[in-house]
Design a protein around this ligand. Structure first.
Ligand code: IPE
Ligand code: IPE
Ligand code: MG
Ligand code: MG
Ligand code: MG
Length: 305
């Protein structure tokens, strides 16, 4: 089977970043859309700051590659990818607020509440969350209506109380509650896993794949989602702000137990290898067509920022 090198993967990831950023740049225009009255200048600038500020664009990549696997058109997939990135960026804008992690640095730049103000950062997050559903519902996302509706439902479930937002609530509570290992895995599957899982499932939905394929992709997403947060927690322990573009040592400072702090770095690295293997095995039925997604699984576990 043709091997994908890490450099092939990084080239594909950069291409995805360029394309999705062009899409987001066009969507975050000052021109009001039909049904809108005005787009306030400062709020738009804050949204743009929170979105067009770098970022690995891994979630959009997962949408594009899972879409390619199931034959969904790249143009439509790019819009779904942009929608998912809007939700991810909103989650970061709110995660950094003083009431949450209270961070000043994100993607190597001042966080939105530092560059603007807290109220504007809250509203920028609100507007990005709403915009995500606008993007998918818009007929400009050229997919059949039933596929768009299924995507909206799956993204709502991934982002809301039983997904990312609920996971963030459990994560904040974990600073006091000290959950056990199963509790940590569960909250991470929600706060981080759910959006990553949606990214992997999205292509199966957009490409009208079978339920079995959709479930397989969701399972792949769950495995790399867990690996993603495990790597983030490991990097929080072992890396620095210069490399990461965000503060490190935060979890310890907040008294937050993570799997990496509970079991140590060696355990975390071994666990990451196991999750990558599990994820790669899930893609076996797709043969070479799954190579870039397999490389994405390795990237998630081995990344250094
Ligand atoms: C950071 O996500 C938040 C977590 C879920 C750990 P990323 O590491 O994907 O952040 P960007 O988008 O590349 O900045
Ligand atoms: C945040 O987890 C996950 C989100 C839903 C935003 P973290 O709080 O660990 O993310 P970073 O380390 O600030 O990026
Ligand atoms: Mg947090
Ligand atoms: Mg944080
Ligand atoms: Mg973190």
């Amino acid at each position: 089977m043709l091997q994908i090198t890490q450099s092939d993967f990084e080239t594909a990831l950069r291409r995805c970043a360029r394309e999705v950023e062009a899409e987001l740049d066009a969507i975050l225009t000052a021109i009001p859309q039909s049904g809108e009255i005005e787009r306030p200048e400062k709020l738009l600038a804050a949204m743009r700051h929170g979105v067009l500020n770098g970022g690995k664009r891994l979630r959009p990549f997962l949408v594009l590659e899972s879409s390619a696997l199931f034959g969904a058109k790249r143009g439509a997939a790019l819009r779904v990818a942009a929608a998912l990135e809007c939700i991810h960026c909103y989650s970061l804008v709110h995660d950094d607020l003083p009431a949450m992690d209270d961070d000043d640095l994100r993607r190597g730049q001042p966080t939105v509440h530092k560059a603007f103000d807290e109220a504007t950062a809250i509203l920028a997050g609100d507007s990005l969350l709403t915009l995500a559903f606008d993007i998918i519902a818009d007929p400009a996302t050229e997919l059949p209506e039933d596929a768009r509706l299924k995507l909206i439902l799956a993204l709502s479930r991934a982002a809301g109380i039983g997904g990312m937002a609920g996971g963030q609530a459990l994560d904040l509570a974990a600073e006091q509650d000290a959950p056990d290992e199963a509790g940590i895995i569960r909250l991470q599957a929600m706060k981080t896993g759910a959006l990553i899982r949606f990214g992997c499932e999205a292509g199966a939905i957009a490409g009208k794949a079978s339920n079995a394929d959709r479930e397989r992709m969701a399972e792949f997403g769950s495995a790399i989602g867990l690996a993603f947060q495990l790597a983030d927690d490991l990097l929080d322990l072992t890396s620095d702000a210069q490399t990461m573009g965000k503060a490190t040592g935060k979890d310890q400072q907040a008294g937050k137990a993570t799997l990496a702090s509970l079991h140590g770095s060696d355990w975390a690295r071994a666990q990451l290898r196991g999750l990558v293997k599990q994820a790669e095995d899930l893609l076996a039925p797709y043969g070479e067509a799954g190579n870039l997604l397999r490389a994405a699984a390795r990237f998630v576990a081995e990344r250094s920022s």
